[in-house]
Design a protein around this ligand. Structure first.
Ligand code: PEP
Length: 254
């Protein structure tokens, strides 16, 4: 049985006081959602403060990115060990904004995934197609290419330790959510690709989140799909009420 993971990607939002207040508001009510794993991913500069605000709660801390090298002359970058030092358990890798705005390639994502696993962090590896790719009937090919590239160096045992996030780029921050059927189909395609590349056990055990304009109002139907194991939430994760509403929807469909 895969436990749902509802994760908030706060992106480049909030200030220190706002981040701490949001973390506290989520932590206070997380106890009423025992069947859902909860995670927040603040900006790097607020990880320490948010980690302190979450102390003793069942809300995990994660980062939005990391660098694959362990240490050295890499100005502005952050290593897996530094994230662990601040209490992070997860790191989002290959988010579409990093792929499409900052030029991250599957190969760059792959070395980060390998480094995160080696350090003991759980990577949340994001994949998803552009609107033009969906309209051209290329969704399955795009996610296959992203999986093959981003997970190239992984074994079946490694795959069981990651989380995947299917995030259609056209649904991120647009209010245009994938239908439960569209999302479920891609999640099934992802499991088929993993079963072919690795084995059925790994494909069955890996958690696959959906991300893209998830709100409390649409979360129930999405999270009721058999292959959708939680949500990666952007905009709606910036309000405790909305984030917890999505988590409650995940809890309700267990
Ligand atoms: C995201 O950026 O991961 C995301 C899913 O954003 P939003 O929920 O705002 O579409």
């Amino acid at each position: 049985m895969r436990r749902p993971l509802v994760a908030g990607n706060w992106k480049m939002n909030l200030d220190r006081a706002g981040a701490v207040a949001l973390a506290r508001a989520i932590a206070e009510r997380a106890g009423s959602l025992p069947d859902v794993d909860l995670l927040v991913c603040p900006p790097h500069v607020y990880l320490d403060a948010v980690g302190q605000a979450l102390a003793g709660s069942r809300v995990a801390l994660g980062a939005q990115n990391m660098y694959h090298e362990a240490s050295g002359a890499f100005t502005g970058e952050t290593s897996a060990a530094m994230l662990l030092d601040l209490g992070c358990r997860y790191v989002i890798l290959g988010h579409s904004e990093r792929r499409h705005i900052l030029g991250e390639t599957d190969q760059m994502v792959e070395v980060k995934v390998v480094a995160a696993l080696a350090a003991g962090l759980t990577p949340i590896v994001c994949v998803g197609e552009l609107l033009s790719e969906r309209q051209a009937g290329q969704t399955a090919n795009v996610i296959r290419r992203q999986i093959e590239g981003s997970l190239a160096g992984l074994t079946a045992a490694d795959v069981e330790r990651i989380v995947l996030a299917y995030e259609p780029v056209w649904a991120i921050g647009t209010g245009q959510v994938a239908t439960p059927q569209q999302a479920e189909q891609v999640h099934l395609d992802l499991r088929t690709i993993l079963a072919q590349r690795y084995n059925a056990q790994a494909a069955g055990r890996v958690r696959i989140q959906y991300g893209g304009s998830v709100k409390p109002a649409n979360a129930g139907e999405l999270l009721a799909q058999p292959d959708i194991d939680g949500a990666l939430v952007g905009g709606a994760s910036l309000k405790a009420e909305d984030f917890l509403g999505i988590a409650a929807a995940a809890e309700a469909v267990r």
